[in-house]
Design a protein around this ligand. Sequence first.
Ligand SMILES: *Cc1c(COP(=O)(O)O)cnc(C)c1O
Length: 422
Amino acid sequence: MQLESFLMDDSTAILERERRFLMQTYNRYPVVLARGKGVFLYDLEGRRYLDFVAGLGVNALGQAHPRIVKIIREQAARTIHLSNLYYNEYQGRLAEKLCGLSGLQRAFFSNSGTEAIEGSIKLARLAGHRAGGESKSQLVALQGSYHGRTFGAMSLTGQDKYRKGFEPLLEDVKFVPQNNIEALRAAVDETTCAIVLEPIFGEGGVYECSLDFLQECRAVADHHRAALIFDEIQCGLGRTGNIFAFQTFSVTPDMVAVAKPIAAGLPLGAFLAKEEFASAISAGQHGTTFGGGPMACRVALEYLAILEEEKLLENVIRVGNYLQEQLNLVVERYAAAQGVRGRGLIQGLQLDIPARPLVEQALAEGVLFNSTQDSVLRFLPPFLLQEKHVDKGMRVLKKLLGKKRRKSSGNVATSKSDSAQE
Ligand SMILES: *Cc1c(COP(=O)(O)O)cnc(C)c1O
């Protein structure tokens, strides 16, 4: 790849070592990132990059937030991990905080998004069996969705590319097209134990569920006593401008899974549930060694406190609106840009050309973009982003699109996107 020519020896050695010793599951960009501050990252050679990716939605507070650095130092000197055999000071407090914010009643802490999904479908099965016997085990999910890489989460993921080669998966999953109310009604019946959906597709290309569709999901789930489970691992915890994306749509799920930004970069996930579902599980039926440790939970409490005290949700809405306006201007002016989707700081620019080459070229210009679904540029920047950063990103984007102003022939399927990293 020609980009590698700008790498120095140290970076080249790092790339070589990975190529020899790592399973080649990631299609990485040829840059070694070494540190960051706020919305900027720096590579080994000290080159600076403006970050519109935020670790795929993880680094909502950017890099090296002083309060996060301080709390990690402090807690590391006390204890990082304590077994779930014992109580720790922070797990219950974080659960209380998340329950207060969501209006749901109980939490379970995992180490990742995919595990939060696993836990939520295990709970939905228990509650389903309790309500309707063994046969109440069917799951309904959406075509084009993404829920993670473990067998349960992969079985709910409505994209062949993630499933192929790993069959047999969970058998009892039916897929319906997003926003297709007829198909939803046809798929859900008394054997359904859960409907699982992302209110805004993330990896799937930033497509929102319509309000009508979400309300219908709520109604059919109630009618058939199935759990309505929202996967807010990417869109939740502030990215839409609300703490929970479901608050943006005013449809309350029975369970919600969160993860990416929750502990400012430490691995932590959670699912929250209404009591009527949570009461279906008892001691010994689920658990994890690492999940809910004192370090991760304390940092998550700090994350939520910073969101509030620094009024970051207001920033997400203001700068998100500005980003959307600017992206709309790009659509007006550049033939390859087809449309903008999303809200707050989860936005997608639909292109009619492969997005990955643009991401590579932007890297050389000092801006990190992300591509998904071959032809979508996805923006998941830190919540600290300001208008001037948007301007810088748009300058680079326009420069790159300017080279391609001529109407393209619409060949979008030739390049791999970043989805394999999620
Ligand atoms: C990232 C993501 C997951 C998986 O989370 P991991 O922490 O990578 O396991 C699940 N669902 C959605 C919507 C995601 O964006």
